[in-house]
Design a protein around this ligand. Sequence first.
Ligand code: GCB
Length: 599
Amino acid sequence: MARGSAVAWAALGPLLWGCALGLQGGMLYPQESPSRECKELDGLWSFRADFSDNRRRGFEEQWYRRPLWESGPTVDMPVPSSFNDISQDWRLRHFVGWVWYEREVILPERWTQDLRTRVVLRIGSAHSYAIVWVNGVDTLEHEGGYLPFEADISNLVQVGPLPSRLRITIAINNTLTPTTLPPGTIQYLTDTSKYPKGYFVQNTYFDFFNYAGLQRSVLLYTTPTTYIDDITVTTSVEQDRLVNYQISVKGSNLFKLEVRLLDAENKVVANGTGTQGQLKVPGVSLWWPYLMHERPAYLYSLEIRGKGFDWPLLVKDFNLLRWLGANAFRTSHYPYAEEVMQMCDRYGIVVIDECPGVGLALPQFFNNVSLHHHMQVMEEVVRRDKNHPAVVMWSVANEPASHLESAGYYLKMVIAHTKSLDPSRPVTFVSNSNYAADKGAPYVDVICLNSYYSWYHDYGHLELIQLQLATQFENWYKKYQKPIIQSEYGAETIAGFHQDPPLMFTEEYQKSLLEQYHLGLDQKRRKYVVGELIWNFADFMTEQSPTRVLGNKKGIFTRQRQPKSAAFLLRERYWKIANETRYPHSVAKSQCLENSLFT
Ligand code: GCB
């Protein structure tokens, strides 16, 4: 066990215990402009997983001090991507511990010589704990995947006449512990008749594969030394169609800010000056979701100044959403790449923006360290996504064990904190509808419910769905009197499996199950049920288990984005609803579906 503990620490790595809440600075999406240049570092990086018993050889031998190839063999690793699926080595697919990435970059001379230029290293996400060195100097640490982080590295690159060559080394640990988000546990199997010495497994409590690595873009960008660090835009439509802006400038007090609001045709419709103010927009065009207005997704721009992510796949997915007549999804179960959020703004797709609070299944996961970290993560999500018109709600978790006493306080605190970060948007968490004694529901604005009638129980009894669904809705509405979204429902379906009368796992069963749900949803749709999201958009990878056939197959599209029969059923339904409600602006009903872009 002594050895076990050493491995536990190794797998865990250093964690930021007890750091203060409150984020330093903003997290604007890097965009080229007359005053900012970007240099993408996507492409092939050198890579090594630390397979040593304690997983700490990299630290003991200080691999960051010299080029990675000098301390042992490396392989090519594409960035952005998850390291798990790239090689044929099964040990890498299931690896738990530290992996090392390295890339050399040659910087433009101006970046290293011009002291009025700030050089920033930005990592789109690193799942889940990352340490970054630049030329061997410890530069940055970050806890939590799926969100960007960055460091000003000007003082490391502007140190003399010549250092235009940079070596960036990033060590990433994918271990999930009771205090990470999502949480997990490391279990040591000590029966030496069955397991070798020191054998451990990573347990998780959620239903997707724990892909890891540099899954979004890494880039360098510049700003002037006096620069806009953050922008917050809020709008009000009740009175005078006002756009309120607040701009944080760093580096100097000597600056002048001019603010221009441009419409979709690039015509200036309002002007302002200074770090905060209000712009009046006469005859404003509001941002409406797809199918809810003759001109949906109207965007203004305010001028003041990833990718496992894959553009072709992303555009294909948005085309599929349009084809279906869907206009919403939830980022289940973590924030998606920033480029996905931008597409939602442009395509009129409403987003419930969910943080990686998934797998909160055990009582010991609701501890103070986790709470603190969870609040910090919500700050990072809101900081990153607050200015997206497509984001209509924050979701702080998916199916936490919210019937537990300790979960009540925990959820109350995370929800209150999120509301204080952004009072303009509702907050929810997604409940397992079985948790009738839900301790968190009193604090949310909207109740989101997941249920799997005739799937995880009463197998095959499709005839029970309408009754069970009606009972679910009535019980929850009676108790909380809040709008409800059916946030998951669906059936595992292997494309090409057919059976009539329907049997589980066939395309016919998925269709029939959805049909029964739709009959039940239609009973409540005009009352308090304000949205429906099927589970799931496309099949996705999970850990292997007896209930998963090469991953979760509840997609209405395959992983290759081909439709199963249910996709046509949903298409008919969504377009019918769209045609019924087009465009009664006062009624915010959306037909939605869950997404598994997993970028
Ligand atoms: C759920 C979870 C989701 C799973 C789904 C399922 O309730 O929220 O992560 O993938 O059920 O298919 O079992």
